[in-house]
Design a protein around this ligand. Sequence first.
Ligand SMILES: *Cc1c(COP(=O)(O)O)cnc(C)c1O
Length: 237
Amino acid sequence: MSDPLTTVRENLARVEERIHAAARDAGRSRDEVRLVGVTKYVNAATAALLAQAGCHDLGESRPQELWAKAEAAEFADLPVRWHAVGHLQRNKVNRTIPLVAIVHSVDSVRLLKAIDACAAGLGVVRDALLEVNCSGDPEKHGVAPEDLPAVIQRLPEFPRVHIRGLMTMAAREGGLEVARRNFARLRELRDQAAIGAPEGVELTELSMGMSADFEAAIAEGATIVRVGTALWEGLAD
Ligand SMILES: *Cc1c(COP(=O)(O)O)cnc(C)c1O
């Protein structure tokens, strides 16, 4: 058995190869797609190996896990940008916002308002994405597609939150075909929303695609893919 860092390097190389191939097939440049390594399956020491291997964008879905990892000694000397990718409750905003570069999962005006207030207190402007429930799954978080234009119209009320684009989670059921339709939907929603968006709102980012379906997401215009499982194969935590 090889050592864990070697395993992580090999997994990362394989994911990189898949991203390159998907971008090439879509007639896009590799540089248009950012890889976020999702660390929720592993502890801080193992997660830090991914940063050592060269992936400096790391994502966590649970706020408490994010706090623990971002503040762990293993990351002290590593230049990591943390991404909050899962549901963020308002009572977790104040501890989360100082630690992250971007929040992927803004799903309500109330959350926007809480992040805005927190960022104002810190004297920063925080990047974020609006999560959209493209699959219609009632168990999924995210703004309903029909409510998206109204939320976007309100963005100027929250100048400390810089909404850079949209994020979605594909339906669990239905396989690649349904996932790809969800991704296409997010791109179309973005294109429509961009037309009527208030001055200064640019929705350039599309965060979509995970281990099983990120090629489909890249084909549909993903600029950020969030990959967990494929990066941790062969590693016991
Ligand atoms: C777990 C998770 C991912 C990564 O999923 P994998 O299928 O393990 O690649 C991406 N985004 C979010 C929000 C997640 O919770």
